[in-house]
Design a binder for this molecule. Structure first.
Ligand SMILES: O=C(O)CCC(=O)C(=O)O
Length: 299
């Protein structure tokens, strides 16, 4: 369960952090399953449905940036999405009825070259009928000031949804020159492997490139209250059985709850598809440094 202070922090600041969520043997299993999937990158030259690759990836020198939709890749992840300690942390924030979203990912951020993620609000990717929508970040490695930690701008979940478009199409990032983007109060989220961050879907967040010698792998699961129905984005309710099969706690409903919330649609679709990293290739001004020529990055 969360303490009252953690619930208050989530409500006021739009994020909170929970220590020691994974038991040590579960953390070890998570790492083992993930390592096996990362190793499979030696067999591919291009992005796949599962693997998103750094621009400098080659089969001889594999560089995985992301594992996409992990709950579809291995049952271990699907089970972990409903892990009781995770549910115990979410119920005070979003109620008893919780659906895993179809998105979800493990962002790998390998040492010395792991890519940055530009400032964005998840809500710009997947607006819903109400804002009981959040993401958790389960740490596979210690997340430190040095290895590209998650950065959040407290309180921005109560502010506007900023423009995530470039050249007339969605690009999944807020232009760093946008006068409405103020990240002067951004804070870094740091913790130990097995800990978990929680952030509201409207919270502005991002992270720098990992130039350190330590990996920073985070498993992000996205959750919505069962009565929060997607308005746009990768998830639609084309198949109700599949939609409801992702309920990890509580019961389904056919009565979405409507809230008066600001919405921008992620349309027209991003020019580059496949992951946030691809979407963000079209971003106007960037905030975080990245290798212009990724092959310059050391192993
Ligand atoms: O990996 C990170 O630090 C941020 C990830 C994120 O916000 C995303 O992939 O949507």
């Amino acid at each position: 369960m969360l303490s009252e202070a953690q619930v208050r922090q989530y409500e006021q600041d739009g994020y909170t952090f929970v220590r020691g969520v994974l038991e040590p043997h579960v953390l070890q299993q998570l790492r083992d399953v993930t390592d096996r999937i990362i190793e499979s990158a030696a067999e591919v030259a291009e992005h796949t449905n599962v693997l998103d690759l750094e621009a400098s990836h080659t089969p001889e020198r594999p560089r995985v940036r992301r594992i996409k939709q992990p709950h579809l890749v291995d049952d271990f992840y699907r089970d972990l999405a409903g892990y009781q300690p995770v549910m115990d942390a979410l119920i005070p924030l979003m109620g008893e009825h919780i659906r895993l979203r179809a998105g979800g990912k493990i962002n790998i951020k390998a040492p010395t070259y792991g890519s940055p993620v530009e400032w964005h609000q998840d809500w710009a990717f997947y607006p819903h009928t109400n804002q009981s929508v959040l993401a958790v970040g389960i740490l596979l490695d210690d997340m430190t000031e040095e290895n590209g930690p998650l950065q959040v701008v407290p309180g921005t979940h109560r502010g506007p949804v900023l423009d995530h478009h470039s050249h007339g199409a969605f690009c999944g990032a807020i232009n760093a020159a946008d006068p409405d983007l103020d990240v002067s109060s951004a804070v870094t989220v740091t913790g130990k492997a097995g800990d978990m961050s929680i952030h509201h879907a409207r919270l502005i967040h991002g992270s720098a490139m990992n130039t350190s010698t330590q990996p920073r792998r985070v498993l992000f699961f996205e959750y919505a209250a069962v009565d929060a129905w997607p308005l746009a984005g990768v998830e639609s309710v084309g198949d109700l059985t599949e939609f409801n099969s992702r309920i990890v706690h509580g019961e389904p409903t056919l009565q979405p709850r409507l809230e008066d919330v600001p919405v921008r649609l992620p349309l027209p679709r991003a020019v580059y598809q496949g992951s946030i990293y691809e979407n963000q290739r079209e971003t106007g001004a960037r905030y975080f440094d990245q290798y212009e020529d990724a092959s310059l990055a050391a192993d």
